[in-house]
Write a protein that binds this ligand. Sequence first.
Ligand code: DSN
Length: 479
Amino acid sequence: MPSSHPQSVAVNAALEVIGDVEPRIATAIAAELTDQRASLKLIASENYASPAVLLAMGNWLSDKYAEGTVGHRFYAGCRNVDTVEGIAAEHARALFGAEHAYVQPHSGIDANLVAFWAVLAQRVEAPALTGVGVRHVDKLGDEDWQALRHELGNQRMLGMSLDAGGHLTHGARSNISGKLFDLYSYGTDPATGLIDYDALRRTAHEVEPLIILGGYSAYPRKVDFRVLREIADEVGATLMVDMAHFAGLVASGQFSGDFDPVRHAHIVTTTTHKSLRGPRGGMVLCDAELAPYVDRGCPMVLGGPMPHVMAAKAVALAEARRPEFRDYGARVLANAAAIAEGLSRRGATLVTGGTDNHLVLIDVGGYGLTGRQAEQALLDAGIVTNRNSIPSDPNGPWYTSGIRIGTPALTTRGLTTDDMDRIAELIHTVLDATEPGTADDGTRSPARYRLDPALAEKVATQAGELLAGYPLYPDVVLG
Ligand code: DSN
């Protein structure tokens, strides 16, 4: 039925205009909304941006080149882009209490790259940083990377290890962070699963890193950034924090004091599309001394800024400054605590025993499964999660032994703590009923599994009934 709500009118008009040129794309866009409405989305890094955020991206701001910074562009005619970028940065500074905000990065990886380069440029004198002696990076072999690291003075970085919950960009060799720096990592206490701050301090004193990197993508607890800063000061390191996962919890005031990275770190990076609920993109916050280096992000390591996405970042940041967003952050945490409690009560093993942030990590070894088997079985039952390594994972980073779940998306949709208990029941039912499968040669397969299709269908129906009470984008009625 046609709706006269402005959101419906805008979306249907856009689909009609797009469909006149390439109907398959209009169909795919509409189908994505249908799919998202039907799925129980528990991926900890995903969310639902508001219609205002989404619509701010679809316009002619996209047509402008705008290398440089506000008022200092390499292209003429950037008056409106300056306005947009200035407003986004102003909201970011006010929201997070930061001295400086750089809103151009296109992603979290980009934001981290800007930060790495800024710290190197601020603190290290090396010809490589001026471009002299740098060969084409796509042709660099191991020896070349070693030479580049040597040219940079073999700078050391200390980040959280991938299996303890750190991110790929915190020093994995498959990312440039692992190529630019001599990498050292800190992990968690095997007994508690919590960050071992004493071990971290000892390693920092041994290694004397240029950068200590805080932040995670799969650690279900708060991090004490005051302690990290103390350690950084003791060893003369720059404290960098990647708050991509929990930026919305900082913005909403849920992570404050010792747990607020902006208050303690020299430089903070984030994505804008996870718990912060903005458009897909990145951002860097830093103190005044680092600002001139950060502002060289484009063209040093970034392609041209995307003014339409900066517009959407400004809208999302304005939304995050509203009182409703504080309430949203509190509900994200309450929902995560409720789902963790519901899973534990039913016998699931949780890494660290629970959560005090937006995510929960289930050790599915307790169900006799690999992460890969559990992820696929849950998907069969309409529950969207992702497999994830757990500390000292016996199944390696591909099959893994963990399932990571998060509450930012379902909380945006309006689900409550009672719903989380029902979801815990659905997850436990599926995992408990799933059995590992065998490979063709009769050995145990890390990927195959057996799950009664009737049970999967029953759970999917129950998940669908739960979601029906919380329509997604309720004011958008596709024509
Ligand atoms: N891909 C994101 C996540 O799922 O955590 C991190 O970049």
